[in-house]
Ligand binder design. Structure first.
Ligand code: ADP
Ligand code: ADP
Ligand code: MG
Length: 450
């Protein structure tokens, strides 16, 4: 039986909007917060609104937000009971979680065992299969010679996708369409994965053409209780990274929705999952079949979509279960309301679609009925080149999808970010595209239609 440890002070090992978001839940739970920041981030909002703050190193993430000794020292000095890792950075790092526990600091996330098992795309695929969750049959190439790889890929048929087992954030993936490109691509991706993730292990799976990305939000405690909070459709992506997410998915029948949500719960129960997490699937729209892709063992960027639809504060729940409390919510308590869409606003050049830093001369955020904005920027804030380019998330709710689209246009139209380049016009273009409006799209929408 897990003991209860109520936190007095939580250190948030992150920056940007998610650090601000975690502070909001802490505040409502009566927990003090410690912000950590790099030299470059001393003027950031997450530092200004925290109860305490500690500088943990120079601007480069490796030296600050990924600097485990520095973060643990900050927790020790400030007497924090727990660390919330946010997303990205150290959120899925089992070594970090293990060290937190060794220092008697609670890591607000799943057990080290879950992080280890589900953080690896190959291992988690094997587990999903054991749990009876449909997966794409992979080719594990590490034990094969070149001829064997070619023979197995031939059986699978092109297009295929080569993936790094340790990959994430849309990186470490390559689509291949022809035999001639196969071996060179494997070699280069292996080197890239080694450099980026410290692990060159690759596998191959069938590339599903024109799929939807559907994921299921899971909430679990340390007492064996697992519920789901419905799905999110994250098919509007660029370079394998999400930029618009919505719920409910407009392509699922009620029957498939139930199947996919139950599959996610089954998997979470199978691995004794004990925090918030997301099970990601690919949905083949023609075959009407779904396949397990990976599990994200952390809170996700798009969690507000689910919060707005269900009214559940996912981060408060995540903190409560980390303290050892039982879930107070049962599956039947989760009620879904309306249609919600989230837009990730990024500081980027519309021409190249690459991140673009600079000082915001004026910022005006949208408001009004059905609008939520999770951000950390303000007029006069300088967007830094060292970190992720996402500066704000606009989350729009309305009774149904058509009304949510109208309200989204209104909200994006109200938004002003001057002085820097952003992807606001890209979002407007997507919103006004007939295929997006009529729900006729897949993960390749952006590369093909815009
Ligand atoms: P979500 O599934 O929550 O949308 P993303 O995959 O977009 O999450 O990743 C969330 C954040 O974490 C992004 O800023 C992304 O760049 C970063 N990220 C995720 N995984 C990795 C990784 N393995 N290495 C580096 N950055 C990552
Ligand atoms: P990451 O860790 O970067 O989030 P994922 O495995 O979740 O990696 O894949 C990211 C995106 O890549 C998916 O949302 C999907 O659009 C695309 N993708 C992944 N696997 C496949 C596949 N087998 N076929 C087609 N698209 C895929
Ligand atoms: Mg993913």
């Amino acid at each position: 039986m897990a003991e209860i440890k109520n936190f007095k002070k939580v250190l948030i090992a992150n920056r940007g909007e998610i650090a601000v978001r975690v502070q909001r839940s802490c505040r409502e739970l009566g927990i003090d917060t410690v912000a950590v920041h790099s030299d470059a981030d001393s003027g950031s909002l997450h530092v200004k609104v925290a109860d305490e703050s500690v500088c943990i190193g120079p601007a480069k993430p490796k030296l600050s937000y990924l600097n485990i000794p520095s973060i643990l020292s900050a927790a020790e000095i400030t007497g924090a009971d727990a660390v919330h890792p946010g997303y990205g950075f150290l959120s899925e790092n089992d070594e970090f979680a293990r060290m937190c526990h060794n220092w008697n600091i609670t890591f607000i996330g799943p057990s080290v065992d879950c992080l280890e098992k589900m953080g690896d795309k190959i291992e988690s695929k094997k587990i999903a299969k054991q749990a009876g969750v449909p997966t794409l049959e992979p080719i594990y190439i590490s034990q094969l010679n070149n001829d064997e790889i070619k023979a197995q890929v031939k059986k699978l048929g092109y297009p295929i996708l080569i993936k790094a087992s340790a990959g994430g954030g849309g990186r470490g993936m390559r689509r291949i369409d022809r035999d001639e490109d196969l071996l060179t691509a494997i070699m280069t991706l292996q080197e890239e994965a080694k450099a980026a993730f410290g692990d060159g292990t690759l596998f191959i799976e069938k590339y599903i053409t024109e799929p939807r990305h559907i994921e299921v939000q899971i909430l679990a405690d340390k007492h064996g209780n697992v519920i789901h909070l419905g799905e999110r459709d994250c098919s509007i992506q660029r370079r394998f990274q999400k930029i618009i997410e919505e719920s409910p998915s407009p392509v699922l029948s009620e029957e498939t929705r139930e199947d996919i949500c139950n599959a996610a719960v089954r998997l979470a129960k199978f691995v004794n999952y004990d925090s918030v997490g997301t099970v990601e699937f690919l949905y083949d729209q023609e075959q009407k079949k779904f396949y397990f892709m990976e599990m994200n063992t952390r809170i996700q960027v798009e969690h507000p979509v689910t919060e707005q639809r269900t009214g559940v504060d996912l981060i408060s729940e995540q903190i409560r279960v980390a303290q050892g409390h039982k879930l107070t919510l049962k599956q039947s308590d989760i009620k879904f309301d309306g249609h919600v869409i989230e837009f990730r606003i990024c500081a980027e050049d519309p021409e190249t679609q690459l991140p673009c830093a600079g000082t915001i001369s004026h910022y005006h955020r949208p408001a009004g009925l059905g609008i939520r904005v999770d951000d950390f920027i303000y007029s006069g804030y300088t967007v830094l080149p060292y970190y992720d380019s996402m500066i704000s998330k606009i989350i729009v709710k309305a009774p149904n999808r058509d009304q949510a689209l109208i309200r989204s246009c209104r909200a994006l139209g109200e938004t002003v970010v001057s002085g820097i380049k952003t992807n606001l016009t890209l979002h407007t273009k997507i919103l006004n595209h007939p295929d997006f409006k009529s729900n006729n799209f897949s993960t390749s929408f952006l590369s093909k239609k815009i």
